[in-house]
Design a protein around this ligand. Structure first.
Ligand code: MSP
Length: 526
């Protein structure tokens, strides 16, 4: 690691008994794209994902299936591991909260908080009695004022989840004493929550006053046992959030993993779980004497063909099916290109097919096909030798080269769609350049010029493909294979002509199409 910059990025850990859906795929693909981008940019990356396996919801589901909770989670967590491989996710670790390392980390984290004092001098954790509303489905507590009433007086959380009245002894976290410290922390770290609108929501919530948080339960036992009182298990959210430091060998804060990667550079989460990540988590960490993460970015939610995604509507989309039907690159491209990251979006099969065909197949795929086929047919299948560059040539090369810095800036803001648009400007410029220079005419009139034009095009294609690797790793990799770019040269440090440009005379493999057009039968689906 010596002088390499580090980057620690996490997805939320997924509720183990949920069925993987497009929302899970979205968070994971976004993290994967950033992780790949940072690796290509020379960072030492740690990328963590996993499954959230404790809590009342899981215990109930296991009981329903008639098996013990551990056997149940062992079985169902596999779906999420399988999803990471279907999506070709490059996570460096997959954490399960039922692992020994995690239980140890949670118990140490708890003890450190319990031994500490809140900003008002009182102990951070105390034993009390909880009475209030709890939604098992959300694993969250709600106040009376947040609830709505159904036709037969049953009560619901704002998320639509049914709530139940809970009364039991509970350990509490003295969150009420943390208001000032948190507000000061937000002020000192203006990039802590992104996008800004979400940061405003978080600030408003804290400014409105904080209540102590119930941190343990006694009415079920599927959780991490509280070290000083084995009648209690930890509230599933303190258990879940701790996963981010378990994976860095916590409580061993002297370990190289912890020293290299904490505080995390980015927790990427959906907008529904910002309160946990932006209020509770930094308060817990500060209480335990640890630093808070550098940034939490909250993305928006997908509706499906205009409707809220829900089990009862039967419109939950299985990402495995999507990948099988449309191809992984196509799905990744659509999710990252269609909406501004942070905003809500609507998933529609026809929009996916339109983007995949119109942009990936027609614009990038065709460009690659045309250039590689012309080189194969007219240059003995070898990278041609260029003559002197014209202004037009240099303009295209410069545009392709300067796209890297612009992409970096967009990716810093997690603006995936903007990064793609920046690359696409180069793709479009290259397509107009082919039309204008017409190398098929030059073949008969000026062979040297034809070779220069094909060199400029293949070199631009190399840069575009390297930049597209994080977004569409398969297709971009195939383009680089066809340009015979060595694996070690597929990184941003080699993007310039001087550092990693194509070498004239290199023999190229026989061209084959990339980003096939999706067939009509598939277009017709859905
Ligand atoms: N287990 C908790 C996270 C604990 S992290 C310390 C959890 N799990 S979850 O499986 O319910 O959700 C995981 C992620 O999926 C969340 O970031 C959530 O926002 C995201 N999505 C769930 N439905 C979604 C959509 N319809 N659209 C986009 N993302 C959504 O929460």
């Amino acid at each position: 690691m010596a002088d390499q910059k580090s980057f620690y990025i996490t997805t939320p850990i997924y509720y183990v008994n949920d069925k993987p859906h497009v929302g899970h795929a979205y968070t994971t693909i976004a993290c994967d794209t950033l992780a790949r981008f940072k690796r290509l940019d020379g960072f030492c990356v740690k990328f963590l994902t996993g499954t959230d396996e404790h809590g009342q919801k899981v215990q109930k589901a296991a009981a329903k299936s008639g098996i013990d909770p551990q056997a149940y989670v062992d079985q169902v967590s596999q779906k999420f591991r399988d999803l990471t491989s279907t999506l070709q996710i490059t996570n460096d670790d997959f954490i399960r909260t039922t692992e020994e390392r995690h239980i140890r980390a949670c118990q140490n984290f708890w003890t450190n908080i319990a031994d500490s004092r809140a900003p008002n001098g009182e102990s951070n954790i105390y034993l009390g009695k909880y009475s209030g509303w709890y939604a098992v489905r959300d694993e969250a507590y709600y106040s009376e004022s947040e609830l709505t009433e159904g036709p037969t007086a049953e009560k619901f959380a704002p998320t639509g989840a049914p709530v139940e009245w809970v009364e039991e002894p509970s350990y509490f976290f003295r969150l009420s004493a943390w208001q000032e410290t948190l507000l000061q922390f937000y002020e000192d770290n203006p990039n802590f929550v992104k996008p800004n609108t979400r940061f405003n929501e978080v600030r408003r919530f804290v400014e409105g006053g904080l209540q102590d948080l119930s941190l343990s339960r006694t009415t079920f036992d599927w959780g991490v046992v509280i070290p000083e009182n084995t009648d209690h298990v930890m509230y599933v959210w303190i258990d879940a959030l701790t996963n981010y430091i378990t994976a860095l060998d916590y409580p061993h804060t002297n370990s190289s993993a912890y020293k290299d990667f904490w505080p995390a550079d980015l927790h990427l989460v959906g907008k529904d779980i910002i309160r946990f990540h932006c209020v509770y988590w930094p308060a817990f960490l500060m209480a335990a004497g640890l630093r808070a993460p550098k940034e939490v970015f909250a993305h928006g939610w997908w509706t499906i063909e205009g409707q809220k995604m829900s089990k009862s509507l039967g419109n939950v989309i299985d990402p495995n099916e999507l990948v099988q039907t449309y191809g992984l690159d196509q799905v990744r491209y659509f999710l990252l290109r269609e909406v501004r990251f942070g905003a809500d979006g609507d998933f529609s099969r026809s929009a996916l097919v339109q983007r995949a065909n119109g942009e990936l197949a027609n614009e990038l795929g065709n460009l690659a096909q045309r250039v590689l086929a012309m080189i194969n047919n007219n240059c003995d299948g070898q990278v041609p030798e260029p003559a002197e560059f014209t202004k037009e040539d240099s303009r295209l090369l410069t545009a392709a080269e300067s796209a890297l810095d612009l992409c970096r800036q967009a990716m810093e803001r997690k603006a995936f769609h903007e990064a793609i648009e920046i690359i696409w400007k180069v793709v479009r410029a290259a397509n107009s350049y082919v039309d204008k220079e017409a190398p098929w005419v030059l073949r008969k009139t000026n062979l040297d010029r034809m070779k220069t034009v094909l060199f400029i095009l293949s070199e631009s294609l190399r840069k575009v493909a390297i930049l597209m690797l994080p977004f569409v790793p398969t297709g971009a990799g195939e383009i680089l294979d066809q340009l015979a770019v060595p694996k070690t040269d597929r990184c941003f440090a080699k993007i310039s002509l001087a550092a990693g440009g194509l070498k004239s005379g290199t023999t190229l493999p026989k061209p084959k199409p990339v980003f096939d057009k999706l067939r009509l039968a598939e277009e017709g689906k859905g």
